[in-house]
Design a protein around this ligand. Structure first.
Ligand code: GDP
Length: 320
């Protein structure tokens, strides 16, 4: 299945229920970013250097990072010079437009025909919400009527395997696990064979997330990619990197390590419900140039929202 077929995405996220949930989850970020922008812009009749400096301070303070902030500010300064921006309303509109542009990362080409088994590898540092997100994705796919198989390839953490078993059962997904300390690639191999035999359409693979400085973790992820590709052409079809929004800019350095080896195709940014620094999402996309697929907005199975740049920015800017 092409869960990520781009055409339906915006429509899906504009459904009132989902949009409201995104708005609610982003309340703290909205206050921190748009609330402060508004207090700088309100009542200003002239767009002068002072105002521009204040705006820059707000963007940096909301964790947008230096590059994303520079992109927004350079655009506004340039438009102002050309006399295309003269009012506070025009500044507001320009910021909104630039924020959406930043989030529009380069998409990889989507194959025209869905493969019989689509394999998604979920990677990231421990504690970011990997296992929870695997459960959420499984539940989501199952709800869409897909046969899902979850592969517990984080064979180092008994708690992760147990947690996955619970999520899988709740969402009606199949589960392939092995004993503690088994070779993750061997578990993946078994999972792919089982998915074929049981005609599962989606295989979601939870991977180990010990710190990226251990080169053996990266070697292991590489090996898993090779095993997947040998068994199913084109696999893994998605490598989704989980990033914890509450770790702010620090999370970026870790993410970059994963990008070097694991062929990341998309991001899932978790815990946006628990932070006022959701602005880090702009910085993440700007730095990594990888699209965000979903955002995590809570601890329950349904707390995973499909992401689109427009719906994210709209939910920040639109009135309560
Ligand atoms: P892993 O070590 O990467 O597999 O992380 P876990 O899936 O075990 O999650 C770590 C903690 O983060 C758990 O307490 C989860 O309930 C919590 N968590 C995961 N995603 C979210 C989210 O989107 N929002 C919130 N508030 N908590 C989350």
């Amino acid at each position: 299945m092409m869960l990520f077929s781009r055409s339906s995405k915006d429509k899906a996220e504009k459904k009132p229920g989902l949009f409201e949930r995104m708005k609610k989850a982003l309340t703290a970020t909205k206050e921190n970013l748009v609330g402060r922008l508004e207090s700088v812009l309100t009542g200003r009749t002239e767009i002068d250097e002072n105002l521009l400096e204040e705006l820059e301070g707000v963007l940096l303070g909301a964790d947008l990072g230096v590059k994303a902030t520079a992109q927004v500010m350079n655009f506004i300064k340039d438009q102002r010079k050309k006399q295309l921006i003269k009012t506070a309303a025009e500044v507001r509109a320009a910021i909104r437009q630039q924020l959406i542009a930043i989030l529009q990362a380069k998409e990889k080409a989507v194959p025209e025909q869905a493969p019989p088994q689509e394999v998604w590898m979920i990677v990231g540092v421990n504690g970011t919400g990997k296992t929870t997100t695997v459960g959420k994705l499984a539940a989501r796919c199952a709800q869409e009527g897909k046969r899902v198989l979850v592969c517990a390839a984080d064979t180092f953490r008994p708690a992760a395997i147990e947690q996955l078993a619970i999520w899988a059962e709740r969402s009606g997904a199949e589960l392939i696990k092995s004993k503690l300390g088994a070779d993750p690639s061997a578990v993946l191999h078994d999972a792919l064979a089982a998915a074929e035999a049981r005609k599962c359409e989606i295989v979601i693979v939870d991977t180990a997330g010990r710190l990226h400085t251990r080169s053996n973790l990266m070697a292991e992820l590489e090996k898993m990619r090779r095993v997947a590709a040998r068994k199913i052409p084109g696999a893994p079809h998605e490598v989704l990197l989980i990033m914890d929004a509450t770790t702010g800019q620090n999370g970026l350095a870790q993410a970059k390590e994963f990008l070097k080896v694991s062929g990341v195709t998309g991001l899932i940014v978790t815990k946006l419900d628990g932070t006022a620094k959701g602005g880090v999402l702009f910085s993440i996309v700007q730095e990594l140039n990888i699209p965000v697929r979903f955002i995590g907005v809570g601890e329950s199975l349904e707390d995973l929202l499909e992401f689109s740049p427009e719906s994210f920015v709209d939910s920040l800017f639109e009135a309560k």
